[in-house]
Design a protein around this ligand. Structure first.
Ligand code: SAH
Length: 260
């Protein structure tokens, strides 16, 4: 089917690894290269975040391995995952490393690619629709709008040790980024809210939580920075979820185009 589209897609070479973004959920958001890789791969090594409907698109002859890091649950160590990719590539397999969203956005794709490069293993990166852009779009929230913001920041709620990151200047972030999107922030909302308020953001600023974006289980909570913690306690939402702060959240009332 893809070949018929005459896109001149590159061959998947045996012994190579493709680091592929699967998007936030909806299989329709896969790129042509991602679909091509799914049909060609000998082995699919996927993250916990990748939607089951997407894994099901793999060639039926492909071996499928689930190897993802998942907050709070026992999960393979990053070096075990990379070691497995290297091992499979050295066996001459066409290895598809499938990640939620985009592989280079808070997805450890860089770490994996660095090891592959150091080991002289041929690799290709296939960008995907990141949850912080495409997932929010499915919730009717544009990450930029002319009347709201000319700056945008993506921030992780977790550093290497699982804590809210402090290796940057929160006041500069609060002053410089009109819209802030947090990945992996759901379990740290209290601290994130404290940091943002202490750094000068106003408690009446609009905020949203988007859970399982672009999947049939998508849920959205619209609130404010000052009410986020109480509203989430009253209506808990499951991970994975994004937090978004800024005026663009207010456009959702006009732009809610998708209902799961
Ligand atoms: N590489 C991914 C992000 C991986 S970090 C990307 O580009 O989207 C994992 C975090 O991504 C989650 O904690 C959550 O904040 C976010 N995320 C991924 N998929 C999501 C989805 N379908 N809905 C909401 N948040 C999602």
């Amino acid at each position: 089917m893809i070949a018929a589209m005459n896109l001149d897609l590159p061959p998947f070479q045996p012994g190579s690894v493709w680091l592929v973004g699967a998007g936030p959920g909806d299989p329709g958001l896969l790129t042509a290269l991602a679909l091509h890789a799914l049909s060609q791969a000998d082995v699919v090594v996927h993250d916990a975040l990748v939607d089951a409907r997407i894994v099901a698109l793999a060639n039926p002859a492909a071996q499928v391995e689930s190897m993802g890091k998942r907050g709070g649950q026992a999960s393979p160590k990053q070096d075990q995952i990379t070691a497995r990719l290297v091992e499979l590539a050295r066996m001459g397999k066409k290895v598809l490393r499938l990640k939620g969203g985009d592989p280079f956005v808070f997805g450890r794709g860089a770490e994996e690619a660095l090891v592959l490069a150091a080991e002289n293993i041929l690799f290709r990166v296939v960008p995907g629709v990141s949850a912080g852009i495409g997932g929010l779009a499915y919730a009717g929230i544009p990450v930029t709008a002319k009347q709201c913001n000319s700056t945008l920041a993506f921030v992780t709620g977790h550093d290497q040790d699982g804590d809210v990151p402090d290796g940057f200047d929160w006041e500069s972030l609060a002053r410089g980024a009109q819209v802030i999107v947090f990945y992996m922030g759901l379990s740290k909302v209290e601290t994130l809210v404290q940091r943002l308020l202490a750094a000068g953001r106003r408690p009446d600023e609009l905020m949203a939580v988007v859970s399982k974006a672009a999947t049939p289980q998508q849920q959205v909570l619209e609130t404010t920075l000052g009410s986020l913690v109480a509203d989430l306690a009253a209506t808990p939402l499951p991970a994975p979820a994004l937090l978004v702060l800024g005026g663009v959240v207010g456009l959702r009332q006009h732009l809610r185009w998708w209902q799961p």
